[in-house]
Each structure stands twice: as structure tokens, then as C-alpha cells.
Design a protein around this ligand. Structure first.
Ligand code: I3P
Length: 352
């Protein structure tokens, strides 16, 4: 499963050369495109790129991403469940809020990948934040499997004691292992997942520094501080994010995909630079259809077998926190000088 994965390229040298070349002639650029594809996949060039322009991954499983064969794309290891979601999302009204899916690609090692829009390709020195949405991060199916057959995870026990050596029970200490649901539930309660319906999984700032040190960022005040820090150098991003979050919420409510799916371990990717800010829904490896005969509203309390995911609880809290960031101490919307809002954004939409 590949939830929580985010990855992107910094300064792809090939693309820069390509852009310069494209200015020459169209016909030549066609030839260059072919050549570029060949060059990009040679082992030497892959090594060069790895050393000089590394991939940055903020969250999720290592080794899931590669540069895409076409400019402005990335490759993500195939998860059939995620591919199924992308195919449906390309036909849903949520399409503008997810990376564009461009089909499957088989790499030279024979592995299958999904080719997706590189969400960072239009930004200069972007700041990026991954927030995992929902009050629950494991599937009901994972819980049922763990009950049938207990599998102890040493790696999860180790991650647990690194944060809090007192967290495991005596028995867990003795066996030096915890089950996956036990770890996932503990992670949800030490972070803001179980209370606010989302958590910060990773942040990368414009200077290139990144942090995944948010495992115990739990209270609303801690989140507010983290968001302020994330937007400190470009505060105009705040109302833009708020606008996008409101658009996402309005679209989710109308979406057929959202109505019929349980979204677990899915994230919102926040990206801004000096000029613009946007948010996309990513990571659908644990997004599954709601079983027949069950309806969810994404807002009700989860109980085993009701399949609620708390996605809207997270979105509503994010909106409320971003609103608080743009209000002054008297509760008025602060004026953002130098801010050119997108065509369809009006200041009054920023009011609660
Ligand atoms: C990981 C995180 C991932 C989860 C992964 C966990 O914990 O919860 O979402 O992957 O399980 O180890 P952490 O963030 O504390 O490192 P899935 O969402 O795909 O289950 P895994 O180790 O079984 O992949």
C-alpha cells in the first residue's frame, strides 16, 4: 500500500535543457523529445540525476517514485486500487483537485508504474506540506485481518519507543512487537488525527529543508503554529489555501466518487510559492468503495462496520484553522496587500 506518499523533483536539468531547445524549432523539439526519453532512462543519467538533483519525499514509502518519461510527470509504483480510483476520478467533478492520471508505464526493470502529473512542475522553489486526512488511517479490513491472525511488527514497536518508551504494554515490551492496527491507532491519538480529523505528515520549505517531525503535533494551537511557520515567508498563501479548501469542500459534497468511497490514508498536498498556492487530493491506495447498502457522510463518528472516515471533519477543521490565521485579533479578515486573488475569488468568500 502506498498511502501518504509524496515526492517531487527539484530542478530537473533535462527539462531545463529541453525548454531552451524547444525555443529553437518545433520539428527539432520532436526529435529532442525522443532523444530525451532515451537519455533519461540510461543508467548514467539516472545516477547523475540522483546525485545532483535528488528526489525529495516527505512522507510514505521510500522507493515508490521515479521521474516520469514526459515532462511534468512523475511515476508512482502501481497499486491497482489507486489506479482504479484515478480512473474514476478522471471522470468525476473532483478531477481539478487530483493529479492528472496519464496511464500505466512499464519501466526497464519490468515494474509497473502510474504516470501522474508532477504537481510541483509549475512552481518556483515551492513550499510543500502533506496533511493526511480523516480520523482513521487503517482500513476496517486491516483491523479484521489483525484480529484473525496476530502479526507483530518489530519496526512499528521500534518507531513507537523512539517517541515514547512508555507507550508499549509490558507484553509488547517482552515481545518487542506491536500489531499494525495497535500502532496506527496509537499514531492517531498522539497526533491530531483522532481529534481534528487530519494530521501534518511532512513539510518542505522553500530553502529546501524538510521535516517529518510532526508525529506529536496534536493540539489546535500546535497546528496553528506549524501552519504559521509553513506560510511565514509567503503569508499571501493563506487566503489562497483557504479559498481552495472551500472549493474542495463544495466539490466533495457534490461528488459521486466521494459519496461512494471511504478515503483512508489519503492526503491533501499543499503547495505554494511567491506567486500562487494550491492544494490537491493525493494517495488513494487505501480508498475503497463503500460496501453495498451502506451510506457514509464522512462526518459522523466511526464505529467498526459503519465505514465512516471523518474526511469532512478534517476538511472543516482545516478551513476553520486557516480562517483563524487570516483574522486579526478582533475577528476581522486581515487585508493582504500585494495579493491578487484568482479570477473567481472574492474577499467575501473568505468570511466564515
Ligand atoms: C506509517 C504510516 C503509513 C503506513 C505505514 C506506517 O507509519 O502510518 O500510512 O502505511 O504502514 O508504518 P509512520 O508514519 O509512523 O511511519 P499504509 O498507510 O500504507 O498502511 P506500513 O509500514 O505497513 O507500510
Amino acid at each position: 500500500m502506498y498511502s501518504g506518499d509524496i515526492c517531487f523533483r527539484i530542478n530537473d536539468f533535462v527539462d531545463v535543457v529541453y525548454c531552451v531547445y524547444v525555443l529553437k524549432t518545433k520539428k527539432q523539439s520532436e526529435r529532442w523529445r525522443k532523444l530525451r526519453n532515451i537519455v533519461q532512462w540510461t543508467p548514467f543519467f539516472q545516477t547523475y540525476k540522483k546525485q545532483r538533483y535528488p528526489w525529495v519525499q516527505l512522507a510514505g514509502h521510500q522507493g515508490n517514485f521515479k521521474a516520469g518519461p514526459d515532462q511534468g510527470t512523475i511515476l508512482k509504483k502501481l497499486s491497482p486500487q489507486e489506479e482504479r480510483c484515478f480512473k474514476l476520478l478522471m471522470k468525476d467533478i473532483l478531477r481539478p483537485f487530483v493529479p492528472e492520471y496519464k496511464g500505466q508505464v512499464t519501466c526497464e526493470d519490468g515494474e509497473l508504474y502510474l504516470q501522474l502529473q508532477d504537481l510541483l512542475s509549475d512552481f518556483d522553489c515551492p513550499c510543500v506540506m502533506d496533511c493526511k486526512i480523516g480520523v482513521r488511517t487503517y482500513l476496517e479490513e486491516e483491523l479484521a485481518k489483525a484480529k484473525e491472525k496476530t502479526k507483530l511488527r518489530k519496526d512499528m514497536y521500534e518507531k513507537m519507543i523512539q517517541i515514547d518508551p512508555k507507550a508499549p504494554t509490558e507484553e509488547e515490551h517482552r515481545s518487542k512487537g506491536v500489531t499494525k492496527p495497535r500502532y496506527m491507532i496509537w499514531r492517531e491519538t498522539i497526533s491530531s488525527t483522532s481529534t481534528l480529523g487530519f494530521r501534518i505528515d511532512g513539510v518542505k520549505k522553500a530553502d529546501g529543508t524538510s521535516s517529518k517531525d510532526f508525529k506529536t503535533t496534536k493540539t489546535r494551537d500546535q497546528i496553528v503554529e506549524a501552519f504559521k511557520d509553513f506560510t511565514a515567508s509567503i503569508p499571501t498563501a493563506v487566503p489562497r489555501y483557504l479559498e481552495r479548501l472551500k472549493n474542495i469542500r463544495a466539490t466533495l459534497i457534490e461528488s459521486n466518487f466521494f459519496r461512494t468511497h471511504e478515503l483512508i490514508g489519503s492526503s491533501l498536498l499543499f503547495v505554494h510559492d511567491k506567486r500562487k498556492a494550491s492544494i490537491w487530493m493525493i494517495d488513494f491506495a487505501k480508498t475503497v468503495p463503500v460496501p453495498d447498502g451502506i451510506n457514509i457522510d464522512h462526518n459522523s463518528v466511526w464505529k467498526v462496520s459503519n465505514h465512516e472516515d471523518g474526511y469532512l471533519i478534517g476538511i472543516n477543521n482545516l478551513i476553520s484553522i486557516f480562517e483563524s490565521l487570516i483574522k486579526d485579533n478582533n475577528g476581522n479578515i486581515e487585508c493582504f496587500s500585494n495579493l491578487t486573488l484568482d479570477k473567481n475569488v472574492r474577499m467575501d468568500t473568505l468570511a466564515t
